[in-house]
Write a protein that binds this ligand. Structure first.
Ligand code: NAD
Length: 357
């Protein structure tokens, strides 16, 4: 079926993407192409070894390394790293890691306009978006501006091989959520829809192979391809219930980011499927299951993803408060969100039940 729409608007960020196992070794060449010579390398403390490898690859092109990136991009850390970048006279940042490290690179770019080269090591997809989430005083705020859009992304399958199996699955489902919600976005285009469906197919095909053989470079490469496509969808179109609910749960109950996405995805999609069955039917087709919600639930079970909020730290008594918070600030969703429906959704997600059709 063609993805044609009678009317649409689409714009794509100007971003150079280079793909290939071992492609991080071309990072010096990439800096040269961009006319850059002084990189501040960013990573989490856990990935200091990978940052060190990048520093060695860059030699004199690396002016320093900052390995203090943490989850949710706290403003205090961004300010500290920005000061270091300015003091070292960096002319770019190289972020090597998942969404937390990419977020730090974006936060520095927001403050300095330094170009960013990102080497993603998870499937979260932040490298493909002009979106930055930051936290200050316990509050997370999100801004969208071309200023934080990375300029160069190097997708190196060798670097995702070290992602532990559990995180591989939750990070993949996090990426798939961008694609699934992209299918009903009000500002979707034929291009975003094509990318979303191809991204979902890539994960359907490659994730089970990665779980069988986590070091399979071809399968890892295919999942990274899925991550790029799904991340690009996130960068191009608006998200709805699934992403807002995960944001609420993560922020209010301190639930782990990728695990929360994994649990909520089938339920949010099933909830919206009642309103836009045609737009979500391609997911059911891709997985060969009757409904999109059920397809995503079965895929989560088959890949041994967490399927219950109660298993990732949420208390049953928090369900009502979560429903209250999530309905307090209204936002667009293809199906109106009422408290009772949301409570039912959260109750099923808390217990790990399959979403009801
Ligand atoms: P993460 O970056 O927080 O990484 C989690 C942990 O895994 C870290 O300790 C990290 O060092 C480690 N890790 C990462 N890759 C590894 C690898 N290959 N091998 C071994 N360990 C590895 O996790 P994430 O899920 O990628 O990112 C989550 C954050 O990104 C959240 O704050 C989320 O809000 C943000 N995010 C932002 C966007 C956006 O567009 N702005 C998109 C998606 C996610």
């Amino acid at each position: 079926m063609s993805m044609f729409q009678e009317e649409f608007v689409t714009s794509s960020a100007s971003m150079r993407v280079r793909f290939g196992a071992g492609v991080r070794r071309a990072i010096g060449e990439e800096m040269e192409t961009q006319g850059l010579s002084h990189a501040l390398i960013l990573a989490t403390p856990q990935q200091a070894g990978t940052a060190q490898e990048i520093a060695e690859l860059l030699g004199a092109r690396a002016c320093g390394t900052f390995t203090g990136a943490v989850m949710h991009t706290p403003v205090s850390i961004s300010e500290e790293a920005t000061e270091i970048a300015l003091r070292l006279q960096a002319d770019c940042v190289v972020a090597v890691g998942g969404g937390s490290t990419t977020g730090l690179g974006k936060a520095i770019a927001l403050r300095t306009d330094l170009p960013q080269i990102v080497v993603p090591t998870t499937y979260a997809g932040s490298e493909a978006t002009p979106i930055l989430g930051q936290t200050e005083g316990g509050r997370k705020t999100t801004i969208t501006t071309p200023r934080v859009q990375p300029e160069v992304v190097l997708y190196d399958a060798e670097l995702v091989c070290s992602l532990p199996v559990g995180m591989t699955v939750t990070s993949a489902l996090n990426a798939m959520a961008h694609a699934a919600e992209g299918l009903y976005a009000r500002n979707r285009s034929p291009i975003s829809t094509l990318m979303a469906l191809e991204g979902l197919r890539a994960f359907r095909d490659a994730l089970p192979r990665v779980l069988e053989r986590p070091q399979d470079l071809k399968a890892r490469g295919e999942t990274l391809y899925g991550a790029w496509l799904c991340g690009t969808v996130l960068g191009q179109v608006g998200m709805a219930l699934h992403h807002k609910l995960c944001h609420t749960l993560g922020g209010s109950f301190d639930l782990p980011h990728a695990d929360t996405h994994a649990v909520i995805l089938p339920h949010a999609i099933s909830f919206n499927e009642a309103a836009v069955p045609d737009l979500l039917a391609p997911i059911a087709d891709i997985f060969g299951v009757r409904t999109a919600g059920r397809a995503l639930y079965d895929f989560a079970v088959a890949t041994k993803a967490p399927i219950a909020l109660r298993d990732i730290g949420m208390k049953e008594t928090d369900i009502d408060r979560a429903a209250d918070i999530a309905t307090q600030t209204p936002y667009w969703n293809p199906r109106p969100i009422e408290r009772e429906g949301l409570q039912r959704l959260l109750r099923a997600a808390w217990a790990g039940e399959a979403p009801s059709p």
